[in-house]
Design a binder for this molecule. Structure first.
Ligand code: SAM
Ligand code: SF4
Length: 450
């Protein structure tokens, strides 16, 4: 621009705040890319952005309630608010109720319709309340812009969405809709765009990611293991991960891939939820304690050093002390490297919400505490067992101290290392020197790790 050219209107700014699961993080990134294409500039936070997108999670009560307090906090000193869009699963579940309860909300858009966000914002700017809760047959993925050049060495790639399993406690089948697998060619194209932008690790995402199926470029029917094997051939891509899996969809091929595909990292997140067959049946999980433990055994036979992670719910309706102790037993039998555990949250519209014998909050608190104490012990022991080990890190971000970088081990542990000359995005060989509950320390290794 020459000095005498007219000053342009400054571009509008936006901020996307994502709550909940990694699939929401992926959706949030795609919305940000789309808004960038529309000329919006990213703002550091919502405080003075022109447009704020709250990309919400409905999996537990607190997550939904938090949205309303976040909306309230967007009000500025002069009483004004930015354009507010509520996206994600709370938007899908609560719909127009959000705009009634929080009149400052301008746009409500469900997780299957966010490719229409620019249109909805334009309607809101004309003074309409723009609400789109459609679950259209046309794929939103096809309508989204191409992936922007990655600014980080790791990326999520949603390969599968929705769920047909209808666990009795869960809102996902209602808010995300039926299970769909994205086409193979689209996924390879998106992965290549990410790799070209500098991404070295891709995590394949889905509510039941291991239910993904499709046809490869020769028309052969393949499952997630086939997709992983194809991605592993891409030069420049160093690491592949996937999450979240259902125990019943751990196929022979996928288990074998853990022993055969070097780029597939030795980490498996396999939720079990509870350790009592009676509770698993009431949850409609359609697997048993025994079938879960057999999957774990076979995965460990294929890849002995694999780190196992899980999800647990305590206090499901009707859970007795004996049922809960069976959950502690399955934790002892599996020996987790890490895990997520939650108190059961009553979700309106799900079958479990109206079951008899809802469990007292105090009992749930006590069980959660006991379960977490055991899981924390196992996580600490897993981390300590890696001390002295030589391994490879993918460096992802800066640490607190000068020259310090934080990378991930193959087992998804955060590892701090200080080594001059290294940069974010590098793969580097280290020896683990210390272990805390949530992160490890390491020193650089000169010789390469096999
Ligand atoms: N599809 C995955 C599976 O089958 O394990 C899980 C997806 S869900 C989004 C993530 C986790 O949230 C679940 O594994 C479960 O532990 C937890 N969760 C889901 N509904 C819940 C509820 N009503 N109360 C508490 N935790 C819940
Ligand atoms: Fe929810 Fe169960 Fe589907 Fe997982 S498998 S998303 S817990 S209904």
């Amino acid at each position: 621009m020459t000095s005498d050219s007219p000053a342009k209107n400054p571009a509008k700014t936006f901020h996307v705040k994502s709550f909940g699961c990694q699939m929401n993080v992926y959706d949030g990134e795609r919305m940000a890319e789309m808004l960038g294409m529309q000329g919006y500039l990213p703002a550091a936070d919502g405080a003075d952005a022109d447009l704020v997108v709250l990309n919400t999670c409905h999996i537990r009560e607190k997550a939904a309630e938090k949205v309303y307090s976040d909306i309230g906090r967007l009000k500025r000193e002069d009483g004004s608010t930015p354009t507010i869009a509520v996206a994600g699963c709370v938007a899908q579940a609560e719909g127009a109720e959000i705009a009634r309860r929080a009149p400052s909300v301008d746009v409500v858009v469900g997780p299957q319709a966010y490719h229409r966000l620019p249109d909805l914002i334009a309607r809101a700017e004309r003074g309409e309340k723009a609400i789109d809760l459609d679950m259209p047959l046309e794929s939103k993925f096809g309508a989204l812009p191409k992936r922007a050049d990655g600014q980080r060495p790791t990326a999520f790639l949603t390969v599968q969405e929705g769920c047909d399993k209808f666990c009795t406690y869960c809102v996902v089948p209602y808010t995300r809709g039926a299970e769909i697998s994205r086409p193979f060619a689209d996924l390879i194209a998106e992965a290549r765009a990410l790799i070209a932008g500098g991404v070295r690790e891709i995590t394949l995402l889905g509510q039941n990611v291991n239910a993904w199926d499709g046809e490869d470029d020769k028309g052969r029917a393949i499952g997630l293991d086939g997709l992983i094997r194809e991605l592993a051939r891409e030069d420049g891509l160093e690491r592949i991960r996937y999450t979240t899996s259902h125990p019943n969809d751990m196929t022979d091929g996928l288990i074998a891939a853990h022993g055969e595909v070097d780029k597939l990292m030795p980490f498996l997140h396999l939720p079990v939820q509870a350790g009592s067959d009676r509770i698993l049946a009431a949850m409609n999980r359609s697997h048993s304690v025994d079938s879960y433990l057999r999957v774990i055994e076979r995965v460990r036979a294929a890849r002995p050093d694999i780190a196992i992670s899980g999800d647990f719910i305590v206090g499901f309706p009707g859970e007795s002390e004996t049922d809960f102790e069976a959950t502690l037993d399955i934790v002892r039998a599996t020996n987790y490297a890490m895990a997520y555990s939650f108190k059961y949250s009553r979700r309106p519209g799900t079958p479990a919400a109206t079951m008899d014998e809802q469990i007292d909050e105090a009992v749930m608190n006590d069980r959660l505490q006991r379960l977490q104490a055991l899981l924390n012990q196992q996580q600490q022991a897993f981390n300590e067992a890696t001390v002295g080990r030589a391994t490879r890190l993918l460096l992802e971000r800066k640490g607190k101290h000068d020259g310090q970088l934080i990378g991930k081990s193959p087992w998804l542990q955060s590892v701090h290392v200080t080594a001059p000359g290294l940069a974010i995005g590098d793969m580097t060989d280290v020896r683990i020197t210390s272990a805390g509950p949530n992160s490890l320390g390491a020193e650089p290794l000169m010789e390469a790790v096999a």
